[in-house]
Design a protein around this ligand. Structure first.
Ligand code: ZN
Length: 92
């Protein structure tokens, strides 16, 4: 089975993290491996991270739960304004 046909053109921002595309690297064509259906366009980091976490919600939720254990510590170290600025989608 080859890569699926994308149902929309490659965007200028990653459909997961919303960051701009690196001009030197095109987005990955993300697809559901069991069905082969196109899901979206992802930057290398998002595509790699999702795959390394098992390419499923269970794996991603384990990572979320892990980070939640430290959320109160992270908030105490970094003021909200700094965090919002760092993680705001490009163009906002
Ligand atoms: Zn991304």
């Amino acid at each position: 089975m080859g890569l699926p046909e994308p149902t929309r053109p490659e965007p200028t921002n990653c459909e997961c993290c919303k960051r701009n595309r690196n001009p030197a690297r095109s987005f990955s064509l993300d697809h559901d491996h069991p069905t082969g259906k196109f899901r979206g366009w992802l930057c290398y980091s998002c595509n790699s991270a999702i795959g390394k976490l098992g390419d499923n919600l269970a794996g991603l939720m384990r990572a979320v739960e892990y980070l939640r254990r430290f959320e109160c510590v992270a908030k105490a170290r970094r003021p909200f304004a700094f965090r919002a600025q760092r993680y705001a989608p490009v163009g906002k």
